[in-house]
Design a protein around this ligand. Sequence first.
Ligand code: PFF
Length: 452
Amino acid sequence: MTEANHKRGLWATRMGFIMAASGSAVGLGNVWKFPYIVGENGGGAFVLVYLVCIAVVGLPIMLAEFTIGRKTSLNPVGAFHQLKPNTPWVGIGFMGVLAGFLILSFYGVVGGWTLAYVVKSLTHTIDHFANPGEAGKFFGGFIGNTGEVVFYHAVFMGLTIAIVIKGVHGGIEKACDILMPTLVVMLVILMVRALTLDGAMEGLRFYLYPDFSKLSGQSVLLAMGQAFFSLSLGMGAMITYGSYLPAKENLTSATLYVVLFDTLIALLMGLVIFPAVFAMGLEPTEGPGLVFSVLPAVFTGMPMGWIASIIFFILLAIAALTSAISLLEVVVAYFIDQKGWGRQKAVLVMGLVIFALGIPSGLSFGLLADARLFGMTFFDHVDNISSNYLLPIGGMLTAIFVAWVWGTREAHREIERHETTFHWAAYWEFVIRYIAPVAVAIVFLAKIFPDS
Ligand code: PFF
C-alpha cells in the first residue's frame, strides 16, 4: 500500500465494497422515484425499457467509473487530471464534484422528510387517514412547515456527516454492511404483506404485463434518466468508491453485483407498491407524492399497518442515508486529495455549506413556494441543473473519455490487472464506444428540447 493510499484508506473486504457501492446506488431513486415514474408511465412496458437502459448504459458506465477510480486511487478531479494531464477532460471531475454538492443539498431535504415520517409513524401521527386525500393534505402541510422541514434536514445532514467523518473503514463500509442486507429483508417482508392483500393481482398485472401502447418517446427518455440517477452514475461517485479498492478486486463481478442489487431493489419496490395501490383502489399515477401521501393511507387500512409503516419509512431513510454518504464523499475526497484538507475539516465545512444551500430547497414547498424563476422553485432548479444536465453530460463524457481518449485498451489492462479474466470484454467495448455515449446524448438533447 502506498503512503497516499494509507492516508485515504481502502475497503477492508470485497463484500464491504459491494455493499457500500450498492448503498450509494440504492436510494430515494429506487424506493421513492422508481415506483412513481413506473406508475405515471404505464407500468410493465416502462419497466422493460428501464431494464434495457440499465444493461446498455448503466452497466458499461459503471464499470468505466470503477476502472478509472481504481487505476488512479483519486477523486474524480484528480483522476481525470492524472490520466490526461493538463487537458479539459478534468472538467468532468469538476462537474461531478459540483453535481454531488448540488444533489446532496436537495437530497438532504427529502432525506429529512423520510426521517420525519419515521418519527410520525412511531408517534401514531400518520396512521389514521380515512383516505389518500387526507394523507396527501397532511403531507402538503408538513412539507410547508419551515421549522419541521429545516429541523429534519439538519438531522439528516448531521447523520450523513457523522458517518462520512469516520472515513471508508470505520464509517461508510461498516454502516452499509449492516444497512443493506437489512433493507432487503425489510422489503421482502413488505412485499409478502402487499402481495397477500385482496386485489393485489391487478397491481401485479399493471406492473409486470408490458402494454407497449402506453409507451411514449418521452417515457423512454425518462427510463434512461432514471437508470443514471438510480445507479449513481455521471458524477464520479463510483470513481470515488472505486478509488478505495485494492488492486486485486475483480471489477467486472463487482459491477455486476451492484447493478443487479440496485435493479433488484427497484423491482422489489414495485412489488411492494403496485399490489398495495391497486388493492386500495388507488391510482398508480399519483406522482411524487405516492410514497408520502398514499402509503400512510394504505397502511391505515392494513392489519399491522402501524408496524408496516414504521418498517417502510425506516427503510426509506436508510436507503436515502447510504446514498447521501456517497454524495458527500465525492465532495470531501476532492478537498482531501486536491486541496490537502484533513478529512474532519473537509466533512464538517462542506457538510455545513451543503446544509445551508439546502435550506432554500427545503422552504420551496412553504415560505418560498412563490419565489419562482421561470416558473420553477429553488428546489426545482437545483434538481434540474444537477440531475437533468450535470449527470447526463458527465456520464456521456466519461464514456467518451474511456472509449476514445484514455482508450479501451488501457482500461481493459486495468480491469485485468490482477489475473482476472474479463469475460464480457467484447460487449463492454462495443457499448461503451458506440451505444452508451449516443444514447445519453439523446437523453440530454431531449431534456433541452422536450417538445421536438
Ligand atoms: N443513486 C441514488 C438514488 O437512487 O437515490 C442517488 C444518487 C446518489 C445519485 C449518488 C448520484 C450519486 F452520485
